[in-house]
Design a protein around this ligand. Sequence first.
Ligand code: ZN
Length: 120
Amino acid sequence: MKTESPLRLNASDRLLLLRRLDHLRKWASLDDKRYCVCCGKIITGRQIEAVGGTRPLGPLRLLCPTENCVSTCEDWVYVHQAASAVSLEAKSAARSIGAEVRRYPHPIANSSNKVSSRGF
Ligand SMILES: [Zn+2]
């Protein structure tokens, strides 16, 4: 349950905050999208809420905009990583992803440059 009301931030402050608090990923703009592995939703920088920053409320932190989702920026992966995040969370859900797996033939270990041990 969220009891704290999110901070009111203008666009540039919000972007600064995202960059400051999210050490794992880069935020190019507020339109950057992230996949929340906790609630399974795509969120953008504009939707992300920031709370805290004053003594009684604890440290400044970022919150997922989804109701009742308690994830933080560590749980937000790049959208292109979402497929692998999902397959880790729920393997059965991603049925068609395997079709794109390319097969590379094993490089044949046929290097015939044997160093002849001459010895004497
Ligand atoms: Zn979430």
